[in-house]
Design a protein around this ligand. Structure first.
Ligand SMILES: C=C(OP(=O)(O)O)C(=O)O
Ligand SMILES: [Mg+2]
Length: 414
């Protein structure tokens, strides 16, 4: 093995994320001096079956840094940085738990990403190219979260994300141009209606106006689309993240000032999909209700019902969802499972079953744009990475713009 591929050192660093919390960055350096990093993002509305991060009592991640500097560093020394599968499986073995709680999913995913990026750099190729080879040739459709509610905002909206989906464009840059114009129109609408102070942003860069009802939010976003002249090109989506407003004791969803039974929620979603051009609906039910997902999907066959907290990027739960025909879409989040290799296993299983894939950020992010390359490398159908604003989100969109320009990749079609 040439020195440029031999891992010499893995080091952790405590850094800051977009919410002002600490997170961990992992650096991989090879004997030949090639070096790159990977950052662990952090969720707020986490699935209960996600891999867990190491976090100190004071909110820091020094324990995760120690995990990288000692255990992971010693285990990975002298390995070939291109052996992603072997390296990830070694970390899984070293951790030895079901939920990555010993080494920490944050220590593991930051290292796993750093390994992939360093390998690509050592080979002198683009990261997406390293992941996908010549099969990578498309830019995914973005699901842009331009209005925030739920745990990501200070308003009373229970639905977490109101997404715009630019499907009717022939290039990604045109799609982004239209999306930013809608985002600005939305801000102006809010300024006029509530006052400029209410254009403050939620965790993912979307506006968070003082609304409390789902329909009011959909009306506002749809008006912004129409006022910008894009009602033929842009569709709507929502991430309900409904486990966060599900009351398990009463078996009801507490939304829009009402308490709805799971069956009433089916009617609620159906009516919204009849009234608005909704293409995408994520986590409409609690993360344990595979059955209700399946019933909604069969009633709304044209809508991409998608599992995020339902699957937590874990093939064990996706297999159940496939058996029960619960969804036609999956969210793919690297840190929900903890390694790049397991993330690819999950992605492949979804693809083999013709399930639409959405490579996703977390609400707590950094400027690391690895997921943009991952989405292109895998030819993912969609990417979900927040509003077209704020550095931790724009770093992903800007990387996609760069790839489109440089390689003349085609924009994906639904
Ligand atoms: C990105 C999301 O939020 P979080 O990172 O808080 O889980 C989501 O629920 O899709
Ligand atoms: Mg979600």
């Amino acid at each position: 093995m040439s020195d440029i591929f031999e891992i010499k050192k893995v080091e952790g660093l405590e850094i800051i994320d977009s919410r002002g919390n600490f997170t961990v960055r992992s650096f991989v350096t090879t004997k030949g001096g090639v070096r790159d990093f990977g950052d662990a993002p952090a969720g707020a509305s986490k699935g209960e079956r996600e891999a867990v991060e190491l976090r100190d009592k004071d909110g820091g991640v020094r324990s995760a840094v120690r995990s990288i500097n000692y255990y992971i560093n010693y285990a990975l020394a002298k390995l070939d940085v291109r052996d992603q599968d072997k390296i990830d499986r070694l970390m899984i073995e070293l951790d030895g738990t079901d939920n990555k709680s010993r080494l920490g999913a944050n220590s593991m995913i930051s290292t796993s990403i750093a390994v992939a990026k360093t390998a690509a750099k050592a080979m002198g190729i683009e990261i997406f190219n390293y992941i996908g080879g010549f099969r990578s040739h498309k830019i995914p459709i973005p699901l842009l979260n331009i209005l925030n509610g739920g745990m990501h905002a200070g308003n009373e909206l229970k639905i977490q994300e109101f997404l715009i989906i630019p499907v009717g464009f022939s290039t990604f840059s045109d799609a982004i141009k239209a999306s930013t114009s809608i985002y600005r129109t939305l801000k102006n609408l809010i300024s006029e209606k509530f006052g400029k102070i209410y254009t403050s942003l939620g965790d993912e860069g979307g506006v968070s106006p003082p609304l409390s009802k789902t329909e009011e939010a959909l009306d506002l976003v749809y008006t912004a689309i129409k006022n910008s002249g894009y009602d033929n090109e842009i569709l709507l989506g929502m991430d309900a993240a409904s486990s966060d407003f599900y009351n398990s004791k009463l078996n009801v969803y507490e939304i829009d000032g009402t308490k709805k039974t799971p069956d009433e929620m089916i009617d609620f979603y159906k009516e919204l999909c009849e009234r608005y051009p909704i293409l995408y609906l994520e986590d409409p039910f609690d993360e344990n209700d595979f059955e209700r997902f399946s019933r909604l999907q069969s009633k709304l066959s044209k809508v991409i019902i998608t599992g995020d907290d339902l699957y937590t990027t874990n093939i064990k739960y996706l297999k159940k969802g496939i058996e029960m025909k619960s969804t036609t879409g999956v969210i793919v989040k690297l840190n929900q499972i903890g390694t790049v290799t397991e993330t690819l296993d999950f992605f492949d299983l979804a693809r083999e079953n013709s399930i639409k894939t959405v490579i996703s950020h977390r609400s707590g992010e950094t400027e690391d744009n690895f997921i943009a390359d991952l989405a292109v490398g895998l030819n993912s159908d969609f990417i979900k990475t927040g509003a077209p604003a704020r550095g931790e989100r724009t770093s992903k969109y800007n990387r996609l713009l760069e790839i489109e320009k440089e390689y003349e990749f085609k924009y994906n079609k639904i």
